[in-house]
Write a new protein. Structure first.
Length: 504
């Protein structure tokens, strides 16, 4: 008797297998084959009766069982709703405590600014109370955010809080102190402002971390730390971790400044898009808001997922290198020009040269990633002379920028060579590694082809370029132009979670 399933049983089994995607990966890895075989046997038994009603009930039973079992498997190993309510409460209370401390510190910092400016130092009850209230209000959501993301942060306890405070400083405090100076911040130089206000988010982070740990032990009955002596940390490990934090902080600040230069200092919509929207009677506000949402998506995709890559696979040097590349490429290429830095320097020519060099670093980093991803080895061998050729081209480009059409053609050509290297590496990989590389390869392909099409469109129709944007920023500062690049971090992150990329 033939064991080959009938065609309708075969496609039904395939459909059933596809529905198993709603189960957790660990469950599918262990039980998927048995469930498909059981469903196939049940369907064959229903078909042998010759009754469509039996076949219908077979499918109905299977679907109901899938729904109930999937929900159960997703939450069977998860704590109950009360646990999350307690976590939310811990975040609110810890954030409130940290916000009060930061509010008090901000009062002292403002008086320090007044002191350096030679103004009389005075404290009014109303002003002090207002700062405490502001600190309390702004501390609440950031406290909840800390409790939610701390498992992704390096270190433990107060060290996690210190790192969280560093992130808050880089993202929310450093740019205003440097580029959007107003109020009392105008009374002191940027360096004095940074020295006075930088401790505030750091103190807030440490306070929130310590308060959250105390509250969890006090009210959630979490076990106290083991009394067994811990081995003394080794200096090489400490130096490595501190270096990683410094590199991460620098890359993140470059990324933040790049995005702020887009959202605050350029015309956000190319002229051709504005005319097309006007001809279609589409309100400009809709286009503007949609573009801002796309830019926000780019921020989340590049810098949020890059952060997860950097700390989520701490022992993988290649994962950290990939995250740094995403930071450098996103922050450098999206950095759009000198007007953003006009408040800091009088001569913008050196700043323009620095941005040009930064863009060169970002493009070089992405090309290096294409040549070495995911193993860290430069393969295949024909990429080695191309890497040398790129260094020669980059050196000439840095000293004397080429005409834009030649530059774009060269960059596209090198990116295509990196994509070809990825395809060749994928074909030569064993089955398990090929499964890990499939999604990142698709992400690289979409990103490079999308960039090539944007570059070609801008060369053919200059009105598609943003006004007052120089260099490669013209190909990255508009939301639609950014979208193809988002496929790189999202597909890499998906491969890490779904196919255990970089895990041994």
């Amino acid at each position: 008797m033939s064991t080959t399933p009938a065609p309708n049983v075969s496609w039904s089994s395939q459909l059933y297998r596809a529905l198993l995607v709603f189960f957790p990966p660990r469950f599918r890895a262990e039980y998927e084959r048995e469930m498909v075989l059981f469903f196939r046997d049940s369907l064959r038994a229903a078909q042998r009766t010759g009754s469509l009603l039996n076949i219908f009930f077979c499918w109905l039973t299977a679907i109901l069982d899938l729904g109930q079992s999937a929900v159960h498997e997703w939450f069977v190993h998860k704590p109950g709703p009360g646990h999350y309510v307690q976590k939310l409460g811990v975040g609110f209370v810890a954030g409130a405590v940290g916000g009060l401390v930061a509010g008090l510190g901000s009062r002292l910092a403002m008086r320090g600014v007044a002191l350096t400016a030679g103004l009389p130092v005075s404290f009014t009850p109303a002003g002090s109370l207002a700062l405490l209230v502001f600190g309390l209000i702004f501390g609440l959501p950031f406290g909840v955010s800390f409790v939610a993301v701390r498992r992704l942060l390096p270190g433990r306890g107060a060290w996690q809080g210190l790192f969280y405070g560093l992130l808050l400083f880089l993202i929310f405090l450093a740019p205003p102190l440097l580029f959007y100076r107003e109020g009392e911040a105008l009374l002191a130089s940027p360096l004095i402002g940074l020295s006075l206000f930088a401790p505030l988010p750091l103190t807030y982070g440490i306070t929130v971390a310590l308060a959250a740990r105390y509250l969890e032990r006090r009210f959630m009955q979490l076990p106290a730390p083991s009394a067994a002596p811990r081995p003394a940390p080794r200096w090489p490990a400490i130096v490595t971790e501190v270096s990683a934090v410094v590199v991460f902080a620098l890359c993140l600040e470059v990324a933040v400044l790049g995005v702020l230069s887009i959202t605050n200092h350029i015309s956000p919509i190319p002229p051709a898009i504005v005319r097309a929207a006007r001809d279609a009677s589409l309100p400009y506000a809709v286009i503007r808001d949609g573009n801002n949402w796309l830019i926000s998506l780019a921020v989340l995709g590049y810098f949020g997922l890059a952060s997860v890559l950097f700390w989520g696979r701490g022992r993988s040097a290649m994962a950290r290198f990939t995250a740094i590349v995403l930071f450098l490429f996103g922050g450098a290429v999206f950095n759009t020009g000198t007007r953003y830095y006009a408040s800091l320097v009088s001569d913008l020519a050196p700043v323009q040269a620095a941005i040009h060099g930064l863009q060169l670093v970002g493009v070089s980093a992405l090309l290096a990633l294409l040549y070495v991803f995911p193993s860290g080895r430069v393969t295949p061998n024909w990429t080695r002379p191309l890497a040398v050729a790129w260094l020669a081209f980059a050196g000439v480009w840095l000293i004397a920028p080429w005409p834009e059409p030649l530059t774009l053609i060269a960059i596209v050509g090198f990116f295509v060579s990196g994509l070809a290297a990825q395809i060749q590496r994928y074909r030569a990989a064993p089955a398990g590694e090929r499964l890990q590389l499939r999604w990142p390869l698709a992400g690289f392909t979409v990103a490079i082809l999308g960039f090539s099409l944007v570059a070609l469109a801008v060369l053919i129709a200059p009105d598609l370029r943003l006004s007052r944007v120089d260099g490669l920023g013209g190909l990255a500062a508009f939301g639609l132009y950014m979208l193809p690049w988002l496929f790189i971090p999202t597909t890499v992150a998906y491969a890490m979670r779904r196919h255990r990329l970089w895990t041994t």
